[in-house]
Design a protein around this ligand. Structure first.
Ligand code: HEM
Length: 437
């Protein structure tokens, strides 16, 4: 009974190609026992390889680790989840029009929330010197000011906390030799991205504090959509880098310690042309998801979701008239291209087109992926990606038709990160397995 079950599992354990070779042996009359023996012998070198690699995991044994320590992987994934939280809070800060309430950038001393009435009055007085107070929040009371101030202060402070949670352990892991040279370089790159993100955050806020915004009656004090999009892009890049790095470290460790189930057949499977081609398509689709996210940030930055609150129509037809999409009001030095990034009607149309294209591409890949012999982790990621894509479109449409309610818009933003994560996870699960020797 047990032998029959084991025999039935051979294709899963050893891969189709090896199974066929073994079946040939059966037809030559060698029997099940000798087939299993032949398959085991065939894979002995790989098992020895895993054991050798596992031995070289110990830095004390060889001097230098060949694989980053698993703790580094778990910590990296924790950092990615922190980035997710900061993105969501940042979105809420923008949606509640709180982002310009702190008018200075003091990286260290700014970490303290005002405590006395005197300190609060001083912060409020500074805020009143800037255009947002006069054009958006004119006449707000101290309690309302405290509320918007807290939103921005908390966003900055979880950013600061993240800086510590990332930089201190990263330095420790490098100093203690817990990561390979390559791993240390990756940690360094992500650290630079993090510092760049802090600087970009302030550069973005500064664009909404320009005093000349008060002088032009038609100008709305809000941050530049270009800088908002750059700030969000860096956050998505940081998230993607941390998640991919974390998954990679954990998978490599499991493989090196011989704990990745059916590693041999998985290795063969991931090298088949069918899977390699599917992985390339998933890579392209992930980039498309990222591009759609950036176009969404442009919509958010221009408050373009407050126009055309209907779907699929935009006014009388599926698209506004060309004269509205390509208007000389947005031209600079006679060039009309700024309409692509500065005209809210055009930017919203672009987001709709990109979003629906992304949705159709992801649906097609879901249908294709279902028919492929994908590993279990890829299958889970594939279904999650398709589910989240459906949710993303539903949340986008409801955000639009309801005039951008805060909870709805925030859910749309949070889900975009989860969608990106599922696409990255799928891509990662299809990457070829590394070799150690
Ligand atoms: C794959 C599909 C989609 C993706 C990946 C996506 C992604 C995004 C992202 C990342 C934002 C920026 C959020 C922020 O920074 O607060 C955004 C904003 C927005 N999206 Fe989408 N979106 C998708 C589909 C849609 C659809 C189908 C619609 C409606 C037709 C839509 C309407 C909007 C609107 C109105 C905003 C601005 C919300 C605001 O002002 O906060 N999205 N989108």
């Amino acid at each position: 009974m047990f032998a029959t079950r084991l025999y039935a599992r051979i294709p899963a354990l050893y891969g189709r190609a090896n199974f066929l070779a073994a079946s040939a042996a059966t037809t030559r009359g060698h029997g099940r026992r000798s087939v299993l023996a032949a398959l085991k012998a065939q894979h002995r070198p790989l098992r020895q390889l895993a054991t050798a690699a596992s031995a070289s995991l110990d830095p004390a044994a060889s001097g230098k680790p060949t694989v980053d320590a698993p703790a580094v992987g778990y910590w990296s994934l924790f950092c990615a989840s922190m980035v997710f939280g900061i993105v969501v809070w940042g979105g809420l800060t923008r949606l509640t029009e709180s982002g310009l309430s702190i008018v200075e950038w003091k990286p260290i001393t700014g970490a303290k929330l005002p405590t006395s009435d005197y300190e609060w009055e001083a912060e409020f007085a500074k805020y009143k010197q800037f255009p947002e107070y006069h054009k958006v929040h004119i006449g707000i009371e101290m309690d309302d000011f405290k509320r918007i101030y807290f939103m921005e202060w908390f966003h900055r402070n979880i950013g600061r906390l993240f800086g510590v949670v990332y930089l201190v352990p990263a330095a420790y892991f490098v100093a203690k030799g817990k990561v390979t040279k390559r791993g240390a370089m990756k940690l360094g790159g992500l650290g630079l991205l993090l510092l760049g993100q802090g600087a970009m955050g302030w550069y973005m806020v500064a664009s909404g504090l320009e005093k000349e915004l008060a002088e032009r009656p038609e100008a709305i004090p809000r941050v530049s959509q270009y800088r908002l999009t750059s700030h969000l892009s860096l956050a998505y890049l940081l998230y993607a880098g941390l998640a991919l790095y974390g998954w990679n470290v954990l998978r490599t460790n499991r493989l090196a310690r011989g704990k990745l189930p059916h590693a041999d057949s998985l290795r063969s499977l991931l090298q088949t042309p069918e899977i390699a081609s599917f992985r390339r398509k998933i890579t392209a689709a992930t980039l498309l998801v990222g591009t759609t996210c950036l176009s969404g940030a442009m919509v958010a930055g221009l408050d373009a979701g407050l126009l055309f609150n209907e779907f699929p129509m935009m006014g009388d037809s599926l698209s506004p008239p060309l004269a509205q999409l390509w208007h000389s009001f947005y031209a600079r030095n006679g060039a009309m291209w700024p309409n692509l990034f500065e005209n809210p009607a055009t930017v919203q149309l672009e987001h709709r087109i990109l979003a629906l294209s992304t949705y159709f591409v992801l649906s097609a890949l879901w249908f294709r992926g279902r028919k492929l012999p994908l590993p279990r982790s890829s299958r889970v990621a594939l279904h999650a990606m398709y589910l989240l894509a459906n949710l993303q479109v539903a949340l986008g449409i409801s955000t639009l038709v309801n005039g951008v309610p805060i909870a709805n818009a925030s859910a749309h933003q949070a889900n975009s990160v989860l969608l990106l994560a599922s696409a990255l996870r799928l891509y990662h699960s299809l990457r070829p397995l590394p070799r150690f020797l």
